[in-house]
Write a protein that binds this ligand. Structure first.
Ligand code: ARG
Length: 463
């Protein structure tokens, strides 16, 4: 057992208690951040004359040595330390002796762990953002190539009006774009450095917190030492943003699972992204899409878990907060893995435009346009709605589409119909006439794609 606080104790910690309390098994993930934060802290102590140059050099060299040795595998992070902070400090003292004992001057593990977790999270926010950016690139290229790939749009999972594949994918483009904006907001709000808050009440050393913040690329120091060590809002915000990303992925996966079913056949998943059945030789299952959908629950769970953990914790640091780590790490890894796999699945998936088109032709997706035709010929909308309802019923009885009826049949239902009805309710017309911004008509879609192409080229996550 290697711990930093034996002085006021007369008894050894109970073994079970020690293990229950220890966090090294998971906070080892914060190793690089712990060293980075310690280096900045030491540089600041030196600048303020709290450490002399020789001590500073030795500590920095020692920390650098620990970093390289762990990275090369020469030094192992083992469970004999209570947490990652103890591991780094104990190893530093082993290496350089007494000077190492000065590392923790003007610092507490409370502000230290708050810093480590922020450094870790900040980097992960950028990585998740990069994965979303790649997904948006994949979506936008698909959109550019499918401006005239017609398919049915649904409400209540019932065919509603014809749209294009570009338009359908564009809906997800907007969702993932908002997800990136959320990450950008989180980054901005969290980017203040808690180091120097001490245990809860700052320190009596003349620390330059702005300098530490600057060394670690923060926008400044946090402004209340109690809040600095007790704040986990940024984790809650990130978990909430990740829960939303997973919700979006899950909806998309659900659609892909439906589109990939034998009944729809709108898409075919690549062999590399599907799995077989151990008993049914004909099967090719959309397991990846199902797993992404399933893992959404895990990320939601992490969000609810941390919200519940944080509820009712009095100021300032309390050990409950150690529970923030495992679930956040798991949720981050899960979300990253899901975005990457989903992008691969999307890029390798084959769409079947002919099947989609056929499906859009059936199911009366042009009924609204047929009603609009009557309205344009002077029939009040409510009457038009009722006439087309009657027409649809007539078609259902004969298993025919509206545009498969003869003009005589149409005229028998309403004398207003003329030859131009066929053009008015064709799939192309139904879609292409919808040209207001945000609508599926290719003209409107081209403008949206132009705006989104520009957005991706600017490479900004938060606009
Ligand atoms: N392992 C602890 C955590 O993750 C580090 C902070 C310990 N502070 C303390 N006062 N025991 O929260």
């Amino acid at each position: 057992m290697a711990q930093l606080w034996g002085g006021r104790f007369t008894k050894e910690t109970d073994q079970l208690v020690y293990r229950f309390n220890a966090s090294i098994s998971f906070d080892r993930k914060l190793f690089a951040q712990d060293v980075e934060g310690s280096m900045a802290h030491v540089r600041m102590l030196a600048k303020q004359g709290i450490l002399i140059e020789e001590e500073t050099t030795r500590i920095l060299e020692g920390l650098r040595g620990i970093l390289t040795d762990v990275e090369s595998g020469k030094l192992e992070i083992t469970d004999e330390y209570e947490d990652i902070h103890s591991f780094v400090e104990a190893n530093l003292i082993d290496r350089i002796g007494d000077a190492g004992k000065k590392l923790h001057t003007g610092r507490s593990r409370n502000d230290q762990v708050a810093l480590d977790m922020k450094l870790y999270t900040r980097q992960e926010v950028l990585e998740i953002d990069g994965l979303l950016e790649a997904l948006l690139e994949a979506l936008l290229s698909l959109m550019e190539n499918n401006l005239e790939t017609y398919m049915p749009g649904f409400t209540h999972l019932q065919k509603a009006q014809p749209i294009t594949l570009a338009h359908h994918l564009g809906a997800y483009f907007e969702m993932f774009k908002r997800d990136r904006q959320r990450l950008g907001d989180i980054y901005k709000r969290m980017n203040y450095c808690p180091l120097g808050a001490g245990a809860l009440a700052g320190t009596t050393y003349p620390l330059d917190r702005s300098y530490t913040a600057q060394l670690l690329d923060f926008d400044g120091p946090t402004l209340n030492s109690m809040d600095s060590v007790a704040d986990r809002d940024y984790l809650i915000e990130l978990l909430s943003a990740m829960a939303t990303i997973m919700m979006h992925l899950s909806r998309f996966c659900e659609e892909i699972i439906i589109w990939n079913s034998n009944e729809y056949r709108f898409v075919e998943l690549d062999d590399a992204y599907s799995t077989g059945s151990s008993i049914m030789p004909q099967k090719k299952n959309p397991d990846i899409a199902e797993l992404v959908r399933g893992k959404t629950g895990r990320v939601y769970g992490a969000l609810i878990s941390i919200l519940t953990t944080m509820k009712g914790i009095p100021l300032a640091y309390n050990k409950d907060m150690q529970e923030d780590k495992e679930l956040t790490f798991d949720a981050i890894d899960t979300t990253k893995g899901c975005i990457a796999l989903f992008t691969g699945m999307l890029e390798t998936m084959k769409f079947r435009p002919a099947v989609m088109r056929e499906s859009a032709m059936k199911g009366f997706t042009n009924a609204t346009d047929a009603a609009d035709y009557l309205v344009n010929h002077g029939v009040p909308f409510r009457d038009a709605h009722s006439i087309i309802g009657e027409l649809v019923l007539y078609c259902i009885d004969r298993d025919k589409a509206i545009d498969a009826l003869s003009l005589e049949e149409l005229k028998a239902i309403s004398p207003v119909f003329e030859q131009d009805i066929y053009d008015a309710v064709s799939l192309e017309t139904c879609v292409n006439k919808r040209t207001t911004i945000g609508a599926p008509g290719p003209a409107a879609m081209k403008e949206v794609i132009r705006i989104n192409r520009e957005y991706l080229m600017e490479g900004k996550r938060d606009e």
